[in-house]
Design a protein around this ligand. Structure first.
Ligand SMILES: C[S@@+](CC[C@H](N)C(=O)[O-])C[C@H]1O[C@@H](n2cnc3c(N)ncnc32)[C@H](O)[C@@H]1O
Length: 245
C-alpha cells in the first residue's frame, strides 16, 4: 500500500503522454508530490502548480531539494489566475473530491488549456450506486468526511467524473480504475483509511444495513479493543479529457 501513491503517479504521468516541451498545469499541487517525480522525467517544458493553501505551497517551495521546471501560483481551482489557452496539459491528483464546485473547475481548466490539450484526473472513487441502500451509504460516507474536510467534500464515481468532463465539452478517450487490496491491522498507510473506519464503526451502531453494504462494497473490519483488522480494497480512477481542437 505504501507504494500505491507512487504507482498511481507513474500511471498519471504516462497518461499525460508527454512529447517534450509542454507547459503543464498541476491543479491543487499541494506540496508537489506529483510535480517532483514528473519534473525528473522532463528535459524541457515547465510545470505550473496552483493551490489555494499558501501553507502547502510554502512546503513545496522551501524543500531542501527544489523541484526543477516548477513554478507556483496561489489560486482557486475554479478561478485560475491564467490567460486562456496557455497549457498543453493539466492534471489534478487526489483533489477533485475536495472541490465544492467541480463543474466550475473542469470548465476553468478547459479555458486555460490549448485546443487539443489534455486534462488527466486521478482521484479515489466510490462504487456506482445501484439501489437506495448504496445511495444512503454514499451520503453517510460523505457526511463523515465532511466533518474533517469541509462542506465541499464529495467522493466521485468513475461515471460522475466522466460526466463532469463530457458535460464541459471534453472528449474522454481513456479511463481506468485501479484497485488496491489491503488486509492489515488498522488503516495506517491507507490514504483517508482512518475516516473510512470511523464511518464503518458508526454505521455498525446506527445502521446495520448500511454497515453490511459497506462490507460488501469496500472492506470488512473486526474490532478488538482499540484496534481493528481491516480487509478489502479501495479504487482510484484515472480519466483523461481532451479539449476539442
Ligand atoms: C489531498 S491534497 C493533494 C495534493 C497533491 N495534488 C497530491 O497529489 O499530493 C489536496 C489539495 O487541494 C487543495 N485545494 C482544495 N481545494 C482547492 C481549491 N478550490 N482551489 C485550489 N486548491 C484547492 C488543498 O489546498 C490541497 O493542497
Amino acid at each position: 500500500m505504501s507504494d500505491m501513491r507512487s504507482q498511481l503517479t507513474v500511471k498519471l504521468i504516462e497518461a499525460l503522454t508527454l512529447k517534450g516541451g509542454e507547459a503543464i498545469l498541476d491543479l491543487a499541487t499541494g506540496t508537489g508530490r506529483v510535480a517532483r517525480p514528473l519534473s525528473k522525467q522532463m528535459q524541457s517544458g515547465r510545470i505550473v502548480g496552483v493551490d489555494e493553501a499558501l501553507a502547502m505551497l510554502d512546503v513545496g517551495h522551501h524543500h531542501k531539494d527544489p523541484i526543477e521546471r516548477y513554478e507556483l501560483s496561489a489560486g482557486e481551482a475554479d478561478k485560475l489566475p491564467f490567460k486562456s489557452g496557455l497549457f498543453d496539459r493539466a492534471f489534478v491528483s487526489f483533489s477533485l473530491h475536495h472541490f465544492g464546485n467541480p463543474a466550475g473547475v473542469v470548465g476553468e481548466v478547459q479555458r486555460v488549456l490549448k485546443p487539443g490539450g489534455r486534462f488527466v484526473v486521478l482521484d479515489p472513487v466510490i462504487e456506482e450506486s445501484k439501489d437506495a441502500v448504496d445511495v444512503a451509504l454514499e451520503a453517510k460516507i460523505n457526511q463523515v468526511f465532511r466533518r474533517t474536510h469541509g462542506e465541499g467534500f464529495r467522493f466521485h464515481t468513475v461515471s460522475s467524473i466522466e460526466r463532469l468532463l463530457t458535460k464541459a465539452g471534453y472528449r474522454v478517450p481513456r479511463k481506468s480504475v485501479i484497485s488496491y487490496p489491503f488486509n492489515q491491522e488498522g488503516m495506517d498507510g491507507i490514504p483517508t483509511g482512518r475516516h473510512w473506519l470511523e464511518a464503518a464503526l458508526e454505521l455498525e451502531k446506527e445502521a446495520p444495513e448500511l454497515a453490511e453494504r459497506m462490507k460488501k462494497n469496500y472492506f470488512t473490519w473486526h474490532a478488538h479493543g482499540e484496534h481493528a483488522h481491516v480487509k478489502g480494497s479501495f479504487s482510484y480512477a484515472l480519466i483523461t479529457g481532451v479539449k476539442p481542437a
